[in-house]
Design a protein around this ligand. Sequence first.
Ligand SMILES: *Cc1c(COP(=O)(O)O)cnc(C)c1O
Ligand SMILES: [Zn+2]
Length: 413
Amino acid sequence: MMEQKFLPEVSTFRCIKCNRTFSISSGRMTCSCGGLLEIKHEWALLSLKTELKYYEHIPSGVWRFKPLIHPEISEKEIVMRGEGNTGLYNASQRILEYANCNNLLFKHEGENPTGSFKDRGMTVGVSEAKRLGMHTVICASTGNTSASLAAYASYAGIKAIVILPKEKVAFGKLSQAIAYGAKVYTVEGTFDLALQHVIDLATKDGRYLLNSINPWRIEGQKTIIFEMLENLKWEPPDWIVVPAGNLGNTSAFGKALKEAQELDLIKDIPKIIAVQAKGSEPFVNYWISGKYEPEHNPHTLATAINIGNPVSRPKALEALRFTNGIATSVSDQSILDAKAIIDSAGIGCEPASAATLAGIKKSVDEGMILASEKIVSILTGHLLKDPQIIIDYHQNQLENIDSTFANKINTYD
Ligand SMILES: *Cc1c(COP(=O)(O)O)cnc(C)c1O
Ligand SMILES: [Zn+2]
């Protein structure tokens, strides 16, 4: 591609391994050394205050931070569906007693247009696909990425291809991908295998890859943090707790906090807790032992985080180091019990999201979190994403799971 550079570019790709930079017009996913790319913005080239003021009223919790996300994209290329602006809810008394803490908030990313935080990254990714003139976008998914990609692609009038691990995708998510009109493929095997397939497909035919290896997805997901900090009047909590699968969100949170500090929006840095499910915890093992081994046969009922070889692990490691955070893992039993408690508070979430509360309870019990500290849990997906597991839990029909907090369905006679 011919490059016509009259003005210095505000945003560039930078390799996190060797520091090499590339123009964003290259549409690259990785460096020639194989390292992951991240987006570096030269905000000094913008008058940031004026720019932020200008976009403040856009009805999207992502694009109202446009100067911090994608300063150079033109407004007519933006594919936006009113994502973000999600609620921040106080924990109920029952939740506080369950986790033994007294200052806990939930930011509910299930309130996005397709019911998960993936919309925040996808609005940026699909907009960039349009800017680059792509006709097809593609992803592998444990479910929510495909639902989001399918919706934004159709809305933008471009084609979508998704590859899903067979029988490991929750019903709500599969229904969305089909309904929004993506071309859906399933593979025998794990998410990690599906991801390998789409990476091969994308590089062969110039299709635009929209897994979280794509650095634009990370830019969009940063706004979870910007918005949460803004909700809290830029008084950060002590802890931010997030479920961890492919580790894109953990990485985005680290980048957002680093940038918020660079821009003088905050002084103290909240510590990130990345929570994996036991049975699918390669990052926790890496964090503890310093040696990375993929998990070849990951298994958890929290399908959104059933990932054995998380692509963004170097970025996530940096996020935990920078914020002084930790990685921890929780059992499916504790995830489903925590979910029942969150659901019964009238807040509700999908299983993976409830790993946060299970992780909080565990960390308080271990003395890692003090009961008085302020915690924000990120509920990543909507309760209706996985209706089957709700019915099964409450009817005591899950193998190896006790339905500790079952609500019975009564017969009226
Ligand atoms: C994608 C997803 C996750 C995992 O996020 P990563 O960025 O892959 O770590 C967690 N919860 C839900 C509901 C998701 O859709
Ligand atoms: Zn490199």
